[in-house]
Design a protein around this ligand. Structure first.
Ligand SMILES: [Zn+2]
Length: 725
């Protein structure tokens, strides 16, 4: 079926989509609400280092231990230290600090339980109502609801929760939390977490809201750097009709303007079905290399007035006109290279992030924060998972199969091979006709939700419960799921419905989003502690949504056509994961360099990234795909503007595959889906152990790939595996 290609595109784009829409939703909450802090100017020392505050703290601890006894000693010491760590001079002088901690500390018992319950209730109301306000203010821009007014853009940009964190410190709610509940480290959550009670976990998440206190000016610096990097990437277009390779005809159609890297990579992938695709793919790969190496002439970026020969780097005025040039572009030819702008933008993001370092426990740098706080998977474990995909012998077997299918030796760009497509049994037009008939409007889809859920294996009572908590809105964009944050609100499913009804693509996305909504509703409305609602990170919610999405044809009463579909899917997933695993490793190596070299220049960062890309290539890809010192892995734009986002792709593939395999074995999908949705926001490791009985693992994917290679093994006379050039 077409499904598989669709699915992958949707999976990847929805990773981004959810991350984007979650600014007002749940999944990115931790990242969004993780407070960031201001630069430690040497002139302005923090109370934690001030002798007056230190002695007030010692006196308060002694008084409290005298009052509450040795049994509370550990809690007192931890709590007072946590408050001191976040206290600022403007919060009050040392004496006020001392009075605050001695009067607001509560020993274990009914008083502490009551405080915990009250805070859990308060945060549900704060987050829940702020989310509903943001959703309402964005209604006109998100939902197909008549004309958009000029004011709507301002309203949708209004963020009601923008100052909540600051305000909670100002009125000292945050300090009460820090005084009475433990901030934990990832090591504690991983080591002791499996033995913690659910209440212990909820307390850890409560204190985790105030992990660090980063003043607005640093947060602003980080946002500005990310926005600038994003703007740079958004304008990084290549006009493909203007790529020339000497005497031959132009290889790409007029007007084709593609963004780096998505557009270029997807065009390269699409050319596998083009009988004359090879020369075009080679040309695109050469462009990518020039971009990574920063040898690309500045003048040809986003400029249709010039022709460029990526092989020789010659630039000439174009002899054809196929597109309006963006403002400021001229036909003045120049081969002068784009002097490390890519790496300057990236460096600016790292420099801004570094300003927040002093405000985190143990002065963790951005690299540690990304893994320990955002992902909650230690860097060493993530690296080991990605590496074991790359080291698996399945790589060589799959490469052999690809070479046989292509009838040629592989080349480096075949890292993006896109030909593991099951034969389609139904045409897109047939499917469109079917879904348009069944779902002429968003309301028709909403009405069908209970029967769709029963079709997926949910009980009647589950289906009724879920349907009563999900609203369906016609979306202006591709579609998204927006969960609620308070139990008296509803999750929203946004899906695109055309004039003639919902086409197959819209239906496929709607089923995916419905998976998000079901997880959101179970996790919010049927969980024991509100503080634990949700999933460990975005990869888990995407994986659960995919469990739904992959069953979309069956839900229409259709059957997958190709008996090899499962094998092909396993190979596609393995090859895609193998590709992106290398990208993640290069990104991690680059950030390690940035952390170890705070004074690095853009040129030094470029050399480090190029060096890392070559090292990873030579070690894990060269044998299968040929080429030494290939730099293609560093083409990903998210390296520049994502602040170490790319490892999430590889980890996300592994999580999705492992969960998919688990759900394939379930006779009663509905009960199992509810059970795992109610685990909530523990660590990824504990979540996976509770869900499938074992840790996050590459084994399910490697096993499936191995079985698939045995099934689809090419004949012995197939072409060799690498061209070696
Ligand atoms: Zn999604």
């Amino acid at each position: 079926m077409k499904e598989s290609r669709e699915r992958r595109a949707v999976f990847m784009s929805s990773l981004l989509l959810t991350a984007a829409c979650a600014a007002a939703g749940i999944s990115a909450k931790e990242i969004e609400s993780t407070p960031r802090r201001a630069p430690a100017s040497p002139a302005r020392s923090l109370p934690a280092a001030d002798p007056a505050y230190r002695s007030a703290s010692e006196k308060a601890k002694a008084d409290l231990i005298r009052k509450h006894g040795a049994a509370e000693k550990a809690r007192i010491e931890r709590g007072v230290a946590q408050v001191l760590d976040s206290w600022r001079a403007e919060d009050g002088p040392a004496r006020e600090f001392g009075t605050f901690v001695t009067t607001e500390f509560i020993p274990r018992g009914p008083g502490l339980d009551a405080l915990f319950d009250r805070l859990e209730f308060a945060f549900e109301r704060i987050d829940g109502h702020n989310l509903s306000i943001a959703r309402d203010l964005r209604w006109a821009t998100d939902v197909e609801s008549g004309p958009i007014l000029p004011i709507d853009e301002r309203l949708s940009g209004f963020e009601p929760s923008a100052h909540v964190q600051d305000d909670l410190f100002k009125n000292r709610v945050a300090f009460v939390v820090l005084l009475n509940f433990p901030r934990t480290t990832l090591q504690e959550r991983l080591g002791s977490g499996p033995r913690w009670s659910r209440r212990d976990w909820a307390e850890a998440r409560l204190a985790g809201r105030f992990e660090a206190r980063v003043p607005a000016e640093v947060t602003q610096r980080i946002t500005t750097a990310l926005v600038e990097a994003d703007a740079y990437i958004s304008g990084y277009n290549i006009y493909l009709h203007h790529l020339v390779d000497g005497a031959g005809p132009r290889l790409f159609p007029a007007g084709l303007r593609l963004i780096t890297h998505w557009g270029l990579r997807d065009e390269l992938k699409a050319r596998y079905t083009d009988p004359d695709g090879l020369a075009r793919q080679r040309l695109i790969a050469r462009v990518m290399e020039r971009i990574v190496l920063q040898e690309i002439p500045q003048a040809v970026i986003d400029n249709p007035l010039l022709d460029w020969n990526p092989a020789t780097n010659a630039v000439t005025p174009s002899t054809v006109k196929d597109a309006e040039a963006p403002p400021g572009r001229t036909a003045q030819p120049s081969s002068e290279r784009e002097a490390d702008v890519r790496y300057r933008k990236w460096l600016q993001v790292a420099q801004a992030e570094r300003l927040a370092d002093p405000y985190y426990q143990g002065r963790q740098g951005h690299l540690e924060r990304r893994f320990n706080l955002d992902r909650e998977i230690p860097e060493a474990e993530a690296t080991a998972l990605l590496t074991s995909i790359l080291e698996s012998p399945a790589g060589r077997d799959v490469a052999r199969i690809i070479a046989a299918r292509l009838r040629r030796p592989l080349e480096p760009f075949d890292v993006w091979y896109a030909g593991f497509k099951p034969r389609a049994r139904y045409s897109e037009a047939e499917l469109d006709a079917l879904t348009r008939r069944r779902f002429p409007t968003a309301a028709a889809y909403a009405e069908a939700i209970p029967s769709l859920l029963k079709g997926l294996g949910f009980t009647s009572s589950q289906a009724r419960f879920l349907a009563s908590h999900i609203e369906v809105d016609p979306s202006r964009g591709a579609g998204h799921a927006m969960g609620a944050e308070r139990r008296d609100d509803k999750a929203h499913l946004r899906t695109r419905v055309g004039r003639e009804g919902m086409d197959y693509k819209g239906y496929n996305i709607a089923v995916h989003e419905m998976g998000h909504n079901v997880e959101q509703v179970f996790s919010l409305n049927r969980i024991d502690h509100w503080l634990l609602h949700g999933v460990p990170n975005t990869a888990f919610t995407e994986a659960l949504a995919f469990v739904f999405q992959s069953r979309d044809l069956r839900l229409l009463g259709l059957h997958d056509g190709d008996p090899e579909a499962d094998s092909l899917r396993a190979l596609e997933e393995f090859w895609g994961t193998r590709e992106i695993a290398g990208v993640g490793l290069v990104d991690i190596m680059a950030w390690r360099f940035l952390q170890d070299h705070p004074q690095a220049t853009p040129a030094q960062l470029r050399d480090a990234v190029v060096g890392a890309a070559r090292q990873v290539w030579n070690r894990y890809y060269a044998d299968l795909l040929g080429g030494r010192d290939v730099v293609l892995l560093a083409i990903y734009s998210h390296m520049v503007d994502g602040a170490l986002y790319t490892p999430d792709y590889g980890l996300g593939h592994l999580i999705a595959f492992q969960l998919d395999q688990h759900f394939r074995k379930q006779a009663r999908l509905g009960e199992e889906f509810e059970r795992v949705s109610r685990i909530g926001r523990v660590t990824p490791d504990l979540w996976m152990r509770t869900a499938v009985g074992g840790p996050l693992s590459v084994e399910p994917l490697l096993q499936a790939a191995k079985q698939a290679t045995e099934r689809l093994r090419p004949p012995a006379d197939a072409p060799g595996e690498a061209s070696g050039f």
